[in-house]
Design a protein. Structure first.
Length: 338
């Protein structure tokens, strides 16, 4: 019995070691190089981390700058981590945490309607990698639309040809490219309104991963947020450009983001949420943003904000028949209904 028990233990240990080695070999075999635009040492370090066995196994993703370790057991991470041409999973900003938080629940809908600004025509890895991510994540019923400044339909087809897709998936791409793709400047209000007229329906998700300039981000929000379905979300990526002072971006080097930047605009909406009360405005010296009465909340993480839309606009004053549910009474450090 003792000898048999020893053999059994040895066999189990050997099996575990072999399985671990097999997983590592498979992960190393399937690793793909993620093209980057900047060959600086910082970017090379990010690339090396992203292609590490630890990262590909999906065990943990550590932000080298902050030391934060993110749980990567979510479904979004598992799917997004397959597409190295998109930065929806990245050790610097952790967009995946916000997408998992706000988009997982939408997968239960019969059909999700989504607009993505930015196809990635100028990305070294080629355009359209995030499109495949969203198609897989939301399923074949996804109604996907994309707005891109640079026309690159041929390059997009080349990207799609690299995926091993069935007939239905290829048909989905054909329909999306012919009916759901729009070319133009996201800072052009007329182009935005014309696009939405063609789409002809409200959107559950708007994702701005376009040009990242202040004019583009703010103009797009003011003209597209009204077309977000109540309960839907509007997502703006790469908000660090609010602190890029170059003329291309229109940001500022000030620690407190100027009102003309997108971060400053988000701060103004946050002020609106607290400035408006049931009794009316708290003060008279604040000019609210255009659509803040439709904003339910703003949730920001590193370089990204998610704005959720109310199901009904906020009423600045209480109805005449408004009655508080109870009279609040506080005594001995405890509060409750009197």
């Amino acid at each position: 019995m003792a000898g048999g028990s020893g053999v059994s233990k040895w066999w189990r240990v050997s099996a575990i070691v072999n399985c671990v080695l097999l997983v590592i070999c498979l992960c190393d075999r399937n690793m793909r190089t993620w093209d980057i635009m900047d060959n600086s040492q910082a970017e090379k370090a990010t690339l090396a981390h992203r292609n590490s066995t630890e990262h590909r196994l999906g065990c943990k993703l550590k932000n080298d700058a902050t030391g934060e370790t993110l749980d990567t057991g979510g479904e979004f991470f598992k799917i997004a981590n397959k597409y190295n041409g998109t930065d929806k999973v990245h050790p610097t900003h952790h967009y995946e945490a916000m997408y998992a938080k706000y988009l997982d629940a939408l997968r239960s809908k019969d059909s999700v309607r989504m607009l993505e600004i930015g196809l990635g025509c100028n990305m070294p890895a080629g355009p359209g990698h995030s499109t495949e991510l969203w198609r897989v994540f939301f399923g074949p019923s996804l109604q996907y639309h994309v707005l891109e400044y640079t026309q690159c339909i041929d390059a997009w087809r080349k990207t799609v040809s690299k995926y091993k897709l069935g007939r239905n998936a290829l048909q989905w791409y054909q329909d999306t490219m012919s009916k759901g793709t729009f070319w133009g400047d996201q800072a052009d209000p007329q182009r935005l309104e014309s696009m939405m007229k063609t789409i002809g329906t409200q959107l559950d998700v708007v994702l701005d991963d376009g040009g990242h300039s202040m004019q583009q981000q703010i103009t797009s929000f003011e003209h597209l947020f009204p077309h977000v379905t109540p309960g839907g979300v509007y997502i703006i990526e790469d908000l660090e450009t609010s602190f890029y002072p170059q003329k291309t971006w229109g940001g500022t080097t000030e620690a407190q983001a100027a009102q003309t930047t997108t971060v400053g605009y988000m701060q103004r909406i946050l002020t609106d949420l607290h400035w408006r009360t049931e009794s009316g405005p708290v003060g008279s010296h604040h000019k609210p943003t255009l659509w803040s009465h439709w904003v339910r909340s703003i949730d920001c993480d590193r370089m990204v904000c998610v704005i959720t839309k109310r199901t009904t606009p906020f009423a600045p004053k209480r109805p005449k028949n408004f009655v508080w549910p109870c009279k609040l009474n506080c005594a001995n450090g405890k509060c409750g209904c009197a």
